[in-house]
Design a protein around this ligand. Structure first.
Ligand code: PLP
Ligand code: SF4
Length: 340
């Protein structure tokens, strides 16, 4: 008998990469190249091969353009350069500082707070921030998109107390818009979900990500949307970022910012005030100012609680209330972010 051939699968031709995806791939990954671009050869001796092996350098060229040439203390450079400071062991700085692994509700699902579930949508980011509390997170096996969103959707369908879904990561906007739409189409079938939130640094570090396709997806979603962007210093918020924020707002989304208080980056009153002013001018309101999570390799970024409180008080004495972010810390097991 002649076997009947199975109907041929029509391979879907892959879509050509979007412009943001090309820029993404074009990110700088070689520290020597970064230091050459910035005229800072003298920093080469302070690079840490160990830090780089654990969490490699990655920074989009557009973000590098906002750094000052010849300034070894540039606040944007400090956020991305893997220096030997990271190699010094520091007591109290561990691998899972915020209890994420304990709060997992399945692949890529973190349910810590009432009514809100955070999905680690993907582990990828366009930029690698040295202070990041997720630099030690076991992403490869723990992301919701990699699991086809199935476990996340099952969890969300079962727990009807969940009214808000947060897409986080990694950076959820590092996924293609088609992949995000696949998720929200399925999510729309769950009547108890009332809000969608995105936590993303991409509108700041690669504003080209906010393209027509993304905007069309956002504008078509059935829920109010909150986009929490992440800038730590006013110099990050240039005209390209302001344009991205206003395009996001034009879809009806609320845009908020979260920052991390970082020694040598934004631990001064002028830096924090300027960040709030530039965010507001761009159309984003300051939401949280986080005390650093104590993860291994980040101790040199830590600001003491006393200093954090006095900076925050000084900021409140200078700016209108709506430009003062809440100063908080993440405490494992707490029911919300904890005010300092
Ligand atoms: C920070 C966080 C949230 C959101 O907290 P809000 O105070 O609502 O911004 C939700 N889930 C997890 C796991 C978080 O870490
Ligand atoms: S998760 Fe956010 S803070 Fe961490 S590396 Fe990615 S973009 Fe940076």
């Amino acid at each position: 008998m002649i076997p009947v051939p199975a109907p041929a699968l029509q391979p879907v031709p892959p879509a050509p990469p979007a412009r943001w995806q090309q820029l993404w791939r074009d990110a700088i990954r070689d520290p020597a190249q970064l230091l050459a671009l910035l005229d800072l050869p003298e920093l080469a001796g302070r690079l840490s091969p160990e830090a780089m092996a654990g969490f490699p350098l990655r920074v989009p060229r557009g973000f590098v353009d906002r750094m000052r040439r010849g300034d070894p203390h540039d606040p944007l450079l400090r956020q991305v350069l893997p220096l030997d400071d990271e190699d010094r062991p520091a007591p109290g700085f561990g691998l899972d500082a915020v209890g994420d692994l304990a709060a997992s509700g399945g692949t890529g699902v973190i349910h810590k707070y009432r009514g809100r579930v955070l999905l680690v949508a993907t582990g990828s980011c366009a930029i690698h921030c040295r202070y990041c509390f997720r630099r030690h997170y076991p992403y490869a096996e723990q992301t919701a998109a990699a699991a086809g969103w199935r476990e996340a959707l099952d969890y969300l369908a079962t727990d009807t107390s969940v009214s808000e879904v947060l897409l986080s990561g990694g950076d959820p906007l590092s996924l293609s818009t088609a992949k995000l739409a696949e998720f929200t189409r399925a999510l729309a079938g769950l009547p108890h979900v009332r809000r969608l939130r995105l936590h993303t640094r991409l509108p700041v570090v690669l504003p080209e990500r906010v393209d027509e396709e993304l905007l069309a997806w956002l504008a078509g979603l059935p829920w109010p949307v909150v986009v929490v962007i992440h800038a730590n210093h006013g110099n990050e918020v240039d005209a390209s970022v302001a344009a991205a924020v206003s395009r996001l707002r034009a879809t009806g989304a609320q845009v908020l910012n979260q920052a991390v208080l970082l020694r040598g980056v934004n631990d001064s009153l002028p830096a924090l005030a300027d960040l709030s002013e530039r965010l507001f001018a761009a159309g984003a309101l300051p939401y949280y100012l986080h005390q650093l999570d104590r993860v291994a390799g980040t101790a040199h970024f830590e600001v003491t609680d006393d200093q954090a409180r006095s900076l925050h008080e000084a900021l409140a004495a200078q700016l209108p209330g709506y430009l003062v972010p809440r100063l908080v810390r993440e405490v494992a097991g707490a029911p919300a972010k904890t005010p300092l």
